[in-house]
Design a protein. Structure first.
Length: 283
């Protein structure tokens, strides 16, 4: 099942068109785009019975499929090759931060560039479907609604500013969390633990890897996070980025206004985000 959002309404994506969830369910699910997560098992049971599409996708523009999560977790230094390019030690536990939900945006929306030190990080993003609290890794996938493509856009200067790093602030400007183009349930992909992902800047590939290189996989992340706080339906986990980010290139490369950042994950889809000028943060 593929779930997307068009004109602020949740839709099911089929090969031959789209299904408006509110209309097809008689208002049972929606119009709030987060309503399917209030009873995810019931929603999936209902959606599995829908075969007739409403209309072709046509020129409709897909929006962020998960616009209002309660919690957004990020995981740092979670690919072996990314740790190596940073010259760091492999972490013994996940490095967890948060992206504030107001940073989230859609798969084709512009990324405002407020400073000269903005970097890219393509990531597989996990969407929680069923409340997870003290969940063991063997049961973790039962709590997952789906997967989507994300960019953990980061202001590297602010991220490492001060005596204590400001990861959450440096990663939470408006537009610093593109998501989409849809959310895909795990059964739609051949191996949800080993997907190719990558990104390109103005057509030049900057990152390419497989999620099988994650240090802490999805099931272990859910186990560790849910041991501390409940993961709620609709919550997001940005699982980390592979090597190829701009800050560790020689010389460093950062995003500039007027560029095109393309990000993809096998079996899920592609983000295409232009970069634009924004009000400058004092440096």
């Amino acid at each position: 099942m593929r779930i997307a959002r068009i004109d602020s309404r949740t839709v099911l994506l089929h090969e031959d068109g789209i299904v408006d969830v509110v209309r097809a369910s008689g208002g049972r699910f929606g119009p709030d785009p987060m309503s399917p997560f209030r009873d995810w098992p019931a929603f999936t049971n209902w959606a599995g019975t829908i075969t007739q599409v409403d209309e072709p996708l046509g020129d409709h523009i897909l929006q962020n499929p998960i616009p209002h999560p309660t919690q957004v977790f990020g995981i740092g230094a979670n690919y072996h090759d990314h740790v190596a390019e940073a010259g760091a030690k492999t972490p013994e536990a996940p490095l967890v931060f948060t992206k504030f939900p107001t940073c989230l945006t859609g798969p084709f929306d512009p990324i405002p560039i407020p400073v000269r030190t903005v970097d890219w990080e393509v990531e597989l993003v996990v969407v929680i479907g069923v409340r997870a609290e003290h969940v063991r890794s063997g049961d973790a996938w039962h709590h997952v609604a789906g997967l989507t493509v994300g960019q953990d856009i980061s202001d590297r200067a602010l991220q490492f500013e001060g005596q204590a790093p400001q990861f959450s602030m440096g990663k939470s400007y408006p537009g610093f969390g593109p998501l989409g183009p849809c959310m895909v349930t795990p059964d739609e992909v051949a191996d949800p633990d080993n997907l190719e992902l990558g990104c390109a800047l103005d057509g030049e590939v900057m990152q390419r890897a497989r999620t099988g290189d994650l240090i802490f996989g999805i099931a272990e992340l859910i186990e560790r996070l849910s041991a501390v706080c409940p993961l709620l339906p609709g919550d997001l986990i940005f699982t980390g980025t592979p090597s190829g980010v701009g800050v560790f290139r020689k010389p460093p490369v950062f995003l500039q206004p007027g560029q095109q950042l393309t990000s993809w994950i096998e079996g899920i889809g592609e983000l295409r985000n232009p970069t634009t000028d924004a009000a400058r943060r004092p440096e």
